[in-house]
Structures are given as C-alpha cells and as structure tokens.
Write a protein that binds this ligand. Structure first.
Ligand SMILES: Nc1ncnc2c1ncn2[C@@H]1O[C@H](COP(=O)(O)OP(=O)(O)OP(=O)(O)O)[C@@H](O)[C@H]1O
Length: 335
C-alpha cells in the first residue's frame, strides 16, 4: 500500500549538502502500524514527509495505494493527499478556531456542504471522546485533548494512511498510553495504515506491527516488532531497546561479572509467558538457577517475558532441550 523505493534526499545548508535519506526502501502493508525509530537527525521526519510529498525526494519512487505520487500533477496530488492524513508532535491546531471548527477545516477546504460537515464533526468528536469540548478553543485543552482534536481532524476525509510525526512526544506517559490506545483502536476499526516516527522503543512496542530502525538516512534493521524488540541485531536497535528497558549496558556487565555459572537469556512469547516452567526445568535437569533480571510485558497485545538467569550444575543440554521443546528461546550470554 505504501512503497518507498531507493529514496534519496539532501538539504543544502550554507552551500553544504546534508544527506537526510541515503537510499531508503520501505513497504508498509495495508492496515498495519509501521514504526520508524531513530535518533535525532536520523532522517525520520524527512522520511515521513516524503510519504505525502511535503518533502520531495531527489531520487526514488513514492507509491501510495498504487499511485506514483511523483508523477501526479497539482490536482492529482491534492486528491492523493486527502487520503494521507497526518498528526503532529505539537498538534498544529488553529488557535483562533474552536475544536469543532478545527475538525471541520479539511472538509471545508474539500468543499463539503455544511450539514454533512456538522454531522461528521459530531461523529468524529464523539469517537475521540471530546463531545463536551466541542466549542472550546485549543488553549483551553490539555495536550492529550489537543492531540485527540488532531486525530479527529486527520480522520475527517476518511484517509487510507495516517502519518504520525512524534505524536506523543509532548505528552506525559499516561496520556501517551491513552493516545496510543486510541490510535490502535482506530487502526483496527478503520483498517487504515499508520506510519509513525518516534525515538522511543516503548511507543513501537505498544502499537506497531513492524518497525524499521533508521540511522544516518539508512535503514539498519527492520522486522516484526517482537523480533527487533526481543532480539535486536544492530547496535542502534540494541541501544533503543536498552533505553526502553532502563538498562545500562555497562552496569549490567559489572553485575554479571560477579555471578557464577552460565548466563542465559530466556525469551517467552504468548501465553507461555505465564507457565511455571523454570521449576520444572530445574528439577528435570537437576540444576540451580538465580534470576538476575526479568520483565514481563506486552508487545502490542501479545505477552512476552524475558529473563536473564545464572545457571549452575546439572544437565545443561537437557535443560536447553526442554526449554526449546516448550517454545522458550535460549540465548547463551556467557558459557
Ligand atoms: N529543512 C531542512 N533544511 C536543512 N536541513 C534539514 C532540513 N530538515 C532536515 N534537515 C537535516 O536533515 C537531517 C535529517 O533530519 P530529520 O529532521 O529528517 O531527522 P529526524 O530523525 O526527524 O530528527 P529529529 O528527531 O531531531 O526530528 C538532519 O541532519 C537535519 O539537520
């Protein structure tokens, strides 16, 4: 549904070329939530803004819903952009207009009749839970409420794609969760594709199906979120996961240097996460283990657990086999 091919984009600043995208290929499937994560300056905003040609690439192709956007004339591009909505970190609401007028704005521009606009505004505000704030101005709203207005406005023309530009970065953790929940619900209800950019792995973990890690204008890792989050391969992806888990790699290494035995990291995914497996493995293979760190959480709606344990004595191959038989992935951090 979104196909980006061999994208290159540079900016000229004071006569110098700054390469923001250096050959990006990406496909976003219909109905999926796709995250792009990267540090500041990695090229995330540029990549997102290329999808609706707010930024024109120097080279490459941008195909959305089968249409090659770079081949369209002005009228064709205007029509295509109605199907590609966007929400922003700082909401970008019109401060002199009420909530209802902000949401009505794209429909007015598109020339809808007033009665149709009014009905749609009401429905959209009800959907995002803002009916009682219909006649307020943006300055009278909280950050989370402002983003709900942004979402209602973005949905006005029934887009097929929703681009989210650091949409929760200005919000506190609880509000972030409620906005991400709303986006996930909307994704399911409307089956639109969502592309979001963020510098937080937690945002990716909560709502994305797949993720690409961007660094220096290139994708350095890409895959299903469970794969990238639980088994990051690139140093950049590892750094983002560690930051999300509040783990300091150096401190962890020091801690592990003090324990005896083999170090294993076990990854449980799905309902298996809650099974009382470790005791059984210890009895079966006659080994002892100590838990060094662990976390149980969810990737989108799927529970996962990751445990780092120190293992001593016993029949280690038998233990590994039993864990593998039960679908638990074992990585040996130290033999
Ligand atoms: N309009 C512009 N003019 C000149 N340089 C730009 C412009 N926009 C982006 N850049 C440069 O291009 C590179 C990529 O920027 P971009 O904003 O896409 O990264 P980002 O990953 O979104 O960063 P951030 O998270 O800080 O927003 C950076 O080096 C940036 O300075």
């Amino acid at each position: 549904m979104i196909q980006l091919e061999a994208l290159h984009k540079s900016y000229t600043v004071d006569g110098r070329q700054i390469a923001a995208l250096q050959g990006v290929d990406l496909q976003v499937r219909p109905g999926e939530v796709f995250g792009v994560i990267g540090a500041s300056g990695a090229g995330k905003s540029t990549l997102l803004r290329v999808i609706n040609l707010l930024e024109r690439p120097d080279q490459g192709r941008v195909i959305v819903a089968g249409q090659d956007l770079l081949s369209l004339d002005a009228a064709g591009l205007r029509a295509a952009r109605q199907r590609i909505a966007m929400i922003f970190q700082h909401f970008n609401l019109l401060s002199s207009r009420t909530v209802a007028q902000n949401v009505a704005w794209p429909m007015r521009i598109a020339g809808w009749p007033t009665a149709r606009i009014d009905a749609r505004v009401q429905a959209l505000l009800a959907r995002v839970g803002l009916t009682e704030h219909t006649h307020k101005y943006p300055a009278q709203l909280s950050g989370g409420q402002k983003q709900r207005v942004g979402i209602a406005r973005a949905l006005a023309l029934e887009p097929q794609v929703l681009l989210c530009d650091e949409a929760t970065s200005a919000l506190d953790p609880e509000t972030t969760r409620s906005i991400l929940d709303l986006l996930a619900e909307i994704n399911e209800e409307l089956q639109l594709s969502i592309v979001l950019i963020t510098h937080e792995m937690d945002v990716v973990r909560r709502i994305c199906d797949r993720v690409a890690v961007l660094e220096g204008g290139r994708i350095v890792e890409e895959g299903p979120v469970a794969e990238v989050f639980l088994h990051p391969k690139s140093p950049t992806a590892r750094r983002f996961v560690m930051a999300a888990e509040h783990v300091d790699e150096g401190e962890q290494r020091d801690d592990h240097a003090h324990v005896q035995g083999h170090l294993w990291r076990l990854t449980f995914l799905g309902e298996r996460t809650y099974e009382p497996l470790l005791g059984e493995v210890a009895r079966h293979a006659q080994l002892d283990f100590g838990i060094l760190s662990g976390r149980i959480d969810r990737i989108k709606r799927v529970p996962y657990g990751q445990l780092t344990i120190a293992v001593t004595g016993g029949d280690l191959p038998a233990a590994r086999q039993l864990l593998a038989d039960r679908g638990v992935q074992v990585e040996e951090l130290r033999a």
